[in-house]
Write a protein that binds this ligand. Sequence first.
Ligand SMILES: [Zn+2]
Length: 78
Amino acid sequence: MYGYKCEYCTGTVHPRVIDREAFKHKSGFVILENVTVGVCDTCDSRYYSAEVLHVVHDVATGLKPAQWTALVPVAQAV
Ligand SMILES: [Zn+2]
């Protein structure tokens, strides 16, 4: 499922296991640990599989319980 061409450049997307990756969701953010994502070897664009996005959705909607909840710092950009 990996090894395809990047949508944004001429690079190739390879699987990489990320310790902690934050996913944006309608109701905020979900962080998955030890998640395999596709990463372009040239421009570093991230690609998420349908399964990963499914887990993000389930955690965000409470279907799958979160293991722990992180406090995320929020600040004004200016
Ligand atoms: Zn790329």
